[in-house]
Write a protein that binds this ligand. Structure first.
Ligand SMILES: Nc1ncnc2c1ncn2[C@@H]1O[C@H](COP(=O)(O)OP(=O)(O)OP(=O)(O)O)[C@@H](O)[C@H]1O
Ligand SMILES: [Mg+2]
Length: 222
């Protein structure tokens, strides 16, 4: 089988980790050589600039670091992970399920630019990470669309109501709303698969969303 990179994208608390695990387990149960990845790789020293940025060491607002500089921080984390951890799996034909990927830069950094600069940013991101750094391109991007008001509630449950545990992006609802707008634009522009994860102002059941994802993935792997 030819290797594949399937990215699960979405805003903070949209269910990426939950769905990436279900999908990875389902593929493994079918005998597919599969491995789950997660970005940023906070355990790696290569994520230090990302941790500094999200921890507010360069300023308390996301805009205190410009889109291109912050994108470079995240790109370092990804290429280091590729070179040190999963390059061989990729070369040997594994299916990689990635909880976030280079596409997260488009969601979180593009909103810092004007609408007129968006297409140039998308082209730069692709050229920089895939063509110049040599990170493999994703074969499919599945975007879990969750209204930030809903995902904030899910995160609050996870953090036990302690808002101080939220990072620079997570704590800024206005910024997350602009990230959702960026994601919707990129999904259309870059051909991402959009899964509408909400119904009647709440998140749909985990299993229902998992079935939608499996349908997309089956069409990609066949
Ligand atoms: N469909 C769902 N229904 C109810 N709760 C959910 C659903 N999906 C995920 N959750 C819960 O919401 C929280 C956030 O989910 P998860 O950690 O999977 O999201 P994430 O997108 O990986 O978040 P982050 O971006 O912060 O890493 C978790 O506590 C998870 O158990
Ligand atoms: Mg997660």
């Amino acid at each position: 089988m030819k290797s594949k990179i399937i990215v699960i994208e979405g805003l903070d608390g949209s269910g990426k980790a939950t769905q990436a695990k279900i999908l990875t387990d389902a593929l493994a149960a079918k005998g597919v050589p599969v491995r789950k990845l997660e970005f940023p790789d906070y355990k790696s020293p290569a994520s230090a600039p990302v941790r500094m940025y999200l921890g507010g060491e360069f300023g308390s607002a996301p805009e205190d670091v410009n889109a291109y500089a912050a994108s470079a921080f995240y790109a370092v984390d990804r290429i280091a992970s590729y070179l040190s951890s999963w390059k061989l799996d990729y070369e040997q034909g594994a299916v990689l399920i990635s909880d976030r990927y280079a596409t997260s830069n488009i969601i979180y950094q593009m909103p810092k630019l004007s609408d007129g600069e968006r297409d140039a940013y998308i082209s730069w991101q692709s050229d920089f990470e895939y063509d110049k750094l040599g990170l493999p391109k994703p074969d499919a991007v599945i975007y879990l669309d969750v209204a930030p008001e809903v995902s904030q509630r899910l995160m609050e449950r996870r953090y036990g109501g302690d808002n101080s545990k939220k990072d620079l992006h997570e704590s800024n609802l206005r910024f997350l709303l602009s990230c959702r707008r960026a994601a919707v634009y990129a999904a259309e522009r870059c051909g991402w698969h959009v899964i509408d994860c909400c119904r009647d102002g709440d998140i749909r059941p985990v299993e229902e969303i998992a079935r939608d994802i499996e349908k997309v993935v089956t069409s990609i792997l066949c």
